[in-house]
Design a protein around this ligand. Structure first.
Ligand code: NAP
Length: 247
């Protein structure tokens, strides 16, 4: 049984992940982190099991209370790096979904993970459709190099462009798209998370679109990463496709 701490447990995504961990027979939710709800019980704040679990102010505090195999982080960009480093320092492998981390943040997590001989997953999109969008769009970019990305999100999203769009642009460039691949950002009420990749050809247009309609979309991919991170080579893992669809 793998033990898991969820940081950002009171957030829109962290809550869905905590529910999925709590529901999984092979996983045990042993820690929950949310600085503005520290000291309160998971059951009273979120109605989740284990109801008596006390919410911690930090990852370090949660791991002091109960060691864990994996930390899942859906917090804020300013906290995710320190959360991942604190987990690694305690031998706990991080699976980070928080977006907006800098190249410097990623390098620091990679260095610490290698030093300690542990893997750390950091991926901007854990949804299965989001991963497929990248695969399909990379294929299309080889043939139709004139491409632009539109990313549409709810009003509370803190980073712009989205981590998914930034990664998509980079990966499409590697696949042969004209660079830089333009990214257009939309922030409106009613939206969740949506990415459209539009290819222009001679007298034709191809659009590939992925819509996330609920936070549960991210949980299957997160659980795959939680279950497989211990089998990955030490260092940073940013491509989770091989974890989701092993050869
Ligand atoms: P959210 O609803 O705003 O929740 C943020 C959570 O972070 C809350 O639980 C909050 O706790 C906690 N938090 C705030 N400041 C913190 C700090 N300094 N240290 C530790 N925890 C802190 O956010 P969300 O919409 O779920 O998104 C969270 C992140 O995940 C964003 O970066 C988003 O882009 C990303 N995301 C990624 C994916 C993916 O597939 N990779 C999918 C969805 C979202 P309090 O309630 O106590 O303030």
């Amino acid at each position: 049984m793998l033990s898991v701490v969820v940081a950002g447990v009171t957030g829109r995504t962290g809550r869905a992940v905590a529910q999925a961990v709590s529901d999984a027979a092979d996983l045990r939710l042993v820690g929950a982190v949310a600085p503005h709800h520290a000291g309160r019980r998971l059951g009273s704040v979120l109605g989740l099991e284990p109801a008596e679990l006390v919410i911690s102010a930090s990852v370090d505090e949660a791991l002091e209370r109960a060691p864990a195999d994996v930390l899942v982080d859906f917090t804020v960009p300013s906290a995710a790096r320190e959360n991942a480093l604190a987990a690694l320092a305690r031998g706990c492998r991080p699976v980070v979904g928080t977006t907006g981390l800098s190249a410097d943040d990623l390098a620091a997590i990679d260095a610490k993970a290698r030093e300690l001989g542990l893997a750390a997953v950091v991926a901007p999109n854990f949804s299965l459709g989001g991963l497929l969008l990248e695969r399909l769009a990379r294929e299309a970019a080889r043939i139709l190099p004139m491409v632009e990305i539109v990313e549409l999100h709810h009003l509370h999203k803190k980073d712009q462009p989205s981590g998914t769009a930034a990664r998509l642009a980079r990966r499409l460039g590697e696949a042969g798209a004209r660079e830089p691949v333009p990214i257009h950002s939309v922030r409106l009420p009613g939206l969740v998370a949506h990415h459209e990749v539009i290819f222009g050809g001679t007298g034709e247009v191809l659009a590939i679109r992925h819509d996330t309609t609920s936070r549960e979309a991210f949980t299957p991919g997160v659980l795959v990463a939680v279950r497989s991170v211990a089998r990955q080579a030490p260092g940073l893992v940013t491509d989770i496709w091989p974890l989701v669809a092993p050869e």
